[in-house]
Design a protein around this ligand. Structure first.
Ligand code: IDP
Ligand code: MG
Length: 155
């Protein structure tokens, strides 16, 4: 089981609703490591890069307006199967359909204002991390908890 990295954003609605701490706590409680983090304002150019698969879709102008409307908190999260573990923790895109217990299921009811972004695959994660972070901003580390959060044979 490979250790993976994924790009997580607390989106503008999450920052405005003061959910930064709640969302980080959910990630830490799951046992994953936050290995890079910063607050920034996404520009229209960054939005087009990040959401390249959606740029031609009818909802893209709304999405760009939303993601550039206020600061976001960007993070790189690392751990065993971090990409799919985070997608499961985040829940379905539409908060009205997201399962209770997921972040989107517990804190929101919107399809657009769904508080958090998580990369949908390992390749997408590598590409998205490159948009938000330089190599020097990444601080990968081992924790003292080490083998108590995941058995060695699972890694
Ligand atoms: P995901 O964030 O669950 O991967 P995507 O389908 O990749 O969902 O869409 C990216 C983001 O675009 C969503 O998280 C949401 O904020 C926004 N979005 C998705 N579909 C719509 C829509 O139909 N109208 C407006 N915004 C949308
Ligand atoms: Mg997506």
């Amino acid at each position: 089981m490979a250790s993976e990295r994924t790009l997580i954003l607390v989106k503008p609605d999450g920052v405005q609703r003061k959910l930064i701490g709640t969302i980080i706590t959910r990630i830490e409680n799951k046992g994953l490591n936050v290995i890079a983090m910063k607050m920034l304002q996404v520009t229209p150019e960054m939005s087009k890069q990040h959401y390249e698969e959606h740029v031609e879709k009818p909802f893209y102008p709304e999405l760009e307006g939303f993601i550039t409307s206020a600061p976001v908190v960007a993070m790189i999260v690392e751990g065993p199967e971090a990409v799919s573990v985070m997608r499961t923790l985040i829940g379905a895109t539409n908060g009205r359909e997201a399962a209770p217990g997921t972040i989107r299921g517990d804190y929101g009811s919107s399809r657009q204002m769904n508080m958090i972004h998580g990369s949908d695959g390992v390749d997408a994660a590598a590409r998205e991390i490159g948009i938000y972070f330089s190599e020097g901003e990444i601080c990968s580390y081992d924790t003292a908890l080490g083998g108590w959060t995941c058995a060695a044979e699972e890694l």
